[in-house]
Design a protein around this ligand. Structure first.
Ligand SMILES: O=C(O)C(=O)C[C@]1(C(=O)O)C=C[C@@H](O)C=C1
Length: 361
């Protein structure tokens, strides 16, 4: 058998030789880009360029490698490029092994430095103060809705959304006990809510206890007799606690959307592949003028800018005064977007651009 393998392996060896040389040649060019960016103050991570690179290589692909595998390889190549251009630090909602950590790794790969932090406010502060280059925050879940703390932090901050990440969330029941021995289940409130029916059916008498994160819940379950945690498998592996039941979430298409925040805005991809987020306030008009909300949406709608999300949050300045968070199609620099924004600014006391970013990962 080895006789038959040998000549094929020799060809693989020759290709690996070329691949390593080509990879290093590519990284050498990234290092040159890094020099230019560092001297001009440009953003090291360029989500719009990564989107174009990934689409280009998938377009070139004639198989047998699957696009998903090719993208994973390129994720790591560009991760190494970022690290070479500048030592880059990403902060995420910690502790280690949370879903936000998993989302950050999915976007930035293995060559980057990561640090978990306790609150979403801490993440904003770390990037604002320059202690980290980018932050990854959870923004909304397909079953539980928006993460309010994330929205509220945008009001005061000048950070820009530079990318978004979608991660399919799968929860496991994690414990050193067998199912019969579990009397308490710890997790983050949203995760407990996402598994409500499964927990009612299989652990009707267990006490459900809120923890600061899913990863913290596993840490508690690792040490407390009778305790279990609801968390992702990354956390189970990280704390070396067995998975008792996998995929216990009530909805199979349970997805969380995350934002990547940085100091400098992302450029445009073009070809309808950009999205933008804004924070808009109508001031007193919202309660005193009929049709004010409709008027707020018209400048975009009339120009073919598609509204994909609108969410209101109390302004906390006066009762019944709201901020509106909107997600729309297109980039901030697009001519039709600029026209719509100048029309909006004429009657809205606040129209704040939160960032523009590629549509999907
Ligand atoms: O083109 C750039 O701006 C680069 O820095 C190079 C590169 C790449 O490796 O292709 C690396 C990191 C960026 O996020 C985007 C692309």
């Amino acid at each position: 058998m080895s006789d038959a393998l040998e000549p094929i392996r020799q060809k693989i060896d020759a290709l690996d030789h070329d691949l390593v040389r080509l990879l290093n040649e590519r990284l050498g060019l990234a290092a040159e880009i890094g020099k230019v960016k560092r001297s001009s103050g440009g953003s090291i991570y360029a989500s719009e360029r990564e989107d174009k690179v990934l689409r280009k290589v998938c377009g070139l692909n004639e198989g047998p490698i699957k696009d998903e595998a090719l993208k994973a390889i390129y994720r790591e190549i560009m991760s190494a490029a970022i690290a070479l251009e500048k030592a880059t630090k990403i902060v995420y909602l910690g502790p280690e092994a949370t879903n936000t950590h998993a989302a950050a790794i999915k976007k930035f790969g293995a060559s980057i430095d990561y640090e978990g932090m306790g609150t979403i406010a801490d993440l904003f502060t770390a990037v604002e103060k320059g202690e980290a280059d980018y932050a990854v925050i959870p923004i909304e879940n397909s079953t539980e809705g928006s993460v309010r703390e994330a929205l509220d932090n945008f009001v005061e901050s000048d950070l820009k959304i530079v990318a978004q990440i979608y991660l399919e969330i799968s929860h496991s029941l994690i414990s050193n006990e067998s199912l019969e021995g579990i009397t308490k289940v710890y997790s983050k409130d949203q995760a407990l809510a996402q598994c409500r029916h499964w927990l009612q059916r299989h652990l009707p008498h267990a006490q459900l206890i809120d923890a600061s994160s899913t990863a913290r819940a596993v840490e508690i379950a690792a040490n407390e007799p009778g305790a279990a945690a609801v968390a992702g498998e990354l956390a189970a592996q990280h704390h070396d606690v067995p998975v008792i039941a996998a995929n216990i979430q009530d909805k199979s298409d349970n997805t969380t959307r995350f934002f990547v925040l940085g100091k400098k805005p992302a450029g445009a991809v073009g070809s309808g592949r950009d999205m933008s987020s804004f924070l808009i306030s109508l001031g007193d008009q919202a309660s005193s003028h009929s049709g004010a909300l409709l008027k707020m949406l018209m400048p975009m709608a009339e120009r073919g800018i598609n509204l994909s999300k609108i969410e209101s949050r109390p302004s906390k300045r006066r009762p019944w005064d709201y901020y509106f968070f909107v997600d729309v199609s297109g980039h901030y620099q697009d001519a039709n977007m600029q026209e719509a924004l100048s029309e909006l600014s004429a009657f809205c006391p606040m129209v704040k651009w939160l960032g523009s970013y590629p549509v999907v990962n």
